[in-house]
Design a protein around this ligand. Structure first.
Ligand code: URA
Length: 255
């Protein structure tokens, strides 16, 4: 086994160069940091730390719980872990958290990204404060443009509950397109799958402001619960509420 190969950068992990990080205090445990930013598993990372093969800023440490930031230089077997490049993350947002990069009073999704201090991080397609589910976060402006721009088709799948019964007639209305208040164009064809009297799955290919709630509002109904399951080919698989993960290179390339 080539020890350094195990600790080679993960092809799908793209973080910015050290001097481009903000000096925010987000940090991550050393074993998790190594496993996140290299091909090594967490247990392999722990073994490397235990056997004294890991240094932080040139100083050897055997403490796997040491907190490190992306501004620190972590080396395994003398090779510095490469954290350069762009960041692509998926988060399962909990209710009550806002999709903003900064807020004086409220928690934002970026406040929960331990270990990621990239100053260009932004949200590719916001959710309302009371909506849960999949949020994509990146440092790559061109990529987020492809996720959110109306010039690209990007499927977004929502699960929802309503205050009154969902009528079969909504299916044809949503397929045809709805003229929402203060809009000049119909919404693009949307697919509605009724799951029960007051719950449904809705697939959109655009992302107008409060679109799902406004579409149901136009039907004289009201959405009481909204959850995003999927954006493009990215799903919430393996992500508990509040957790985040890096996208794979295949997922990144889908947009
Ligand atoms: N549509 C909405 O109304 N709210 C969201 O958070 C997302 C889509």
């Amino acid at each position: 086994m080539d020890k350094n190969t195990d600790f080679a950068p993960v092809s799908s992990v793209f973080l910015l160069f050290h001097d481009s990080y903000s000096l925010a205090s987000a940090s991550m445990r050393l074993d998790k940091y190594i496993a996140t930013h290299s091909e090594a598993t967490r247990s392999l990372a722990k073994m490397a730390i235990k056997s004294g093969r890991v240094t932080i800023n040139g100083v050897a440490t055997k403490d796997q719980g040491t907190k490190v930031k992306t501004t620190d230089e972590v080396a395994v077997n003398g090779s510095v872990i490469d954290v350069s490049g762009e960041v692509y993350l998926a988060m399962n947002k909990a209710t009550g958290i806002i999709c903003a990069t900064q807020d004086e009073e409220q928690d934002t999704v970026l406040d929960f990204l331990d270990g990621y201090t990239h100053k260009e991080l932004h949200i590719a397609g916001r959710l309302d404060k009371d909506t849960t589910g999949l949020v994509l976060i990146t440092s790559d402006g061109q990529w987020s443009h492809r996720v959110t721009s109306p010039n690209y088709v990007c499927k977004k799948v929502y699960l929802l509950e309503t205050v009154i019964a969902i009528q079969e007639s909504y299916i044809a209305e949503f397929e045809k397109g709805i003229l929402l208040k203060e809009e000049t164009k119909l919404t693009k064809p949307a697919k509605l799958e009724i799951l029960s009297e007051k719950s449904a799955r809705l697939t959109l290919t655009e992302g107008k402001y409060h679109q799902v709630k406004r579409m149901f509002g136009a039907m004289g109904n009201r959405v009481t619960k909204l959850h995003r399951e999927q954006v493009g080919g990215v799903s919430l698989e393996g992500l508990k509420e509040g957790d985040f993960r890096e996208l794979s290179s295949d997922e990144i390339a889908m947009f």
